[in-house]
Design a protein around this ligand. Structure first.
Ligand SMILES: Nc1nc2c(ncn2[C@@H]2O[C@H](COP(=O)(O)OP(=O)(O)OP(=O)(O)O)[C@@H](O)[C@H]2O)c(=O)[nH]1
Ligand SMILES: [Mg+2]
Length: 193
């Protein structure tokens, strides 16, 4: 469904188990803080300000739900790895995200967004292992590919693929150029089919 007709903000979850009641199939977007999760959602959906529209200053540590044509819901997860912010907020991340990933009945897959320049690091491996233990399908989107030259991009993707060992699909992506958009949709469509 690479052509989305209607997209709207459905609601948010600020505490474990919160958010809109389960409805259509959901795909969650996870990744380090500031890696480009919201930008990726906007490009996937083809709506410039969608994932940002819900972003209330000081309230970004929540799950944001976006309904696409009432057939699919994308869930923008709060970023991890942020070193700033109140300690209580950082502690709240784990139960909030783990409750969602572990218990949401309509969750079909998780897109883990990584910076192509950083690749797969310990936190990403940890999250992928956690998802595998839960039996949740996952894929990795290596984004900001536009910041690398051709040869660098190829090397970075090869290194990430080697680290993943073929366990999950890897897609090179750029919110700036739109590269990888169709390949990402193919993964998402397969999950929700
Ligand atoms: N060049 C380039 N910049 C990008 C790309 N994706 C995101 N950015 C920039 O990276 C910054 C962070 O992007 P966001 O989409 O807000 O990142 P996020 O992961 O949603 O951040 P949090 O919600 O705070 O965790 C912004 O300044 C974006 O413009 C990309 O593919 N290429
Ligand atoms: Mg964001």
């Amino acid at each position: 469904m690479s052509k989305v007709i209607a997209a709207r903000f459905l609601g948010a979850a600020a505490s474990p188990g919160g958010g809109p009641p389960p409805g259509p199939p959901e795909v969650a977007i996870a990744g380090r803080s500031n890696v480009g999760k919201s930008a990726l959602i906007n490009v996937l959906v083809g709506r410039r300000g969608l994932a940002r529209a819900s972003r209330t200053p000081g309230r970004t540590r929540q799950l944001n739900f976006f309904a696409l044509d009432e057939r699919l819901v994308l869930v923008d997860l709060p970023g991890y790895g942020f070193a700033v912010g109140p300690e209580a907020e950082r502690r709240a991340w784990k139960p909030l995200v783990e409750t969602y990933l572990g218990e949401r009945p309509t969750l079909r897959g998780v897109l883990l967004v990584v910076d192509a320049r950083r690749g797969i690091e310990a936190e990403e491996e940890e999250l992928l292992a956690y998802l595998a233990a839960l039996g949740r399908p996952a894929a990795v989107a290596a984004t900001k590919l536009d910041k690398l030259g051709r040869a660098e991009a190829r090397r970075a993707l090869a290194a990430a693929a080697a680290r993943l060992g073929g366990a999950v699909p890897l897609i090179g992506f750029s919110a700036r150029t739109g590269e990888g958009r169709i390949a990402l949709w193919r993964v998402v469509d397969a999950w929700v089919a």
